[in-house]
Design a protein around this ligand. Structure first.
Ligand SMILES: [Cu+2]
Length: 120
């Protein structure tokens, strides 16, 4: 191939590849589910993605007053597509989980979901 052909091929590949790099940004599966009403704040909140993650950047489990109930957040050692958040100091009421992670390809992903605890 001539140099010009190679350059054209490379840019065509880049165009085709672009949508695929965004494909993993879909909403994760969470526990509790988004919008769920649960008896109390679970000891672990989990966020499961379609693809493996590089790391957890930040997770907060915020109550209605904005107090963070996340004790720690880490990748599940048996499943790098899952974030396990240990919680603390349960209270009744509405929670908002705010998360930010880095995918294995280096892209950042962020999102939120809400659930409600009937009691503490
Ligand atoms: Cu990506």
């Amino acid at each position: 191939m001539r140099l010009r052909d190679i350059a054209l091929t490379a840019s065509a590949v880049a165009l085709i590849a672009a949508p695929a790099t965004m494909a993993h940004s879909g909403a994760p599966t969470t526990s509790p589910k988004s919008g769920a009403v649960v008896a109390s704040l679970p000891a672990n909140v989990t966020i499961t993605f379609a693809d493996r993650l590089l790391r957890v950047t930040r997770v907060q489990v915020l109550d209605a007053k904005g107090i963070d109930h996340a004790a720690s957040a880490r990748l599940d050692p048996r499943d790098a597509a899952r974030v396990v958040v240990r919680t603390k100091s349960p209270v009744a009421g509405n929670y908002k989980v705010v998360w930010k992670v880095q995918s294995e390809d280096g892209h950042s992903q962020a999102g939120t979901f809400r659930f409600r605890a009937r009691g503490r």
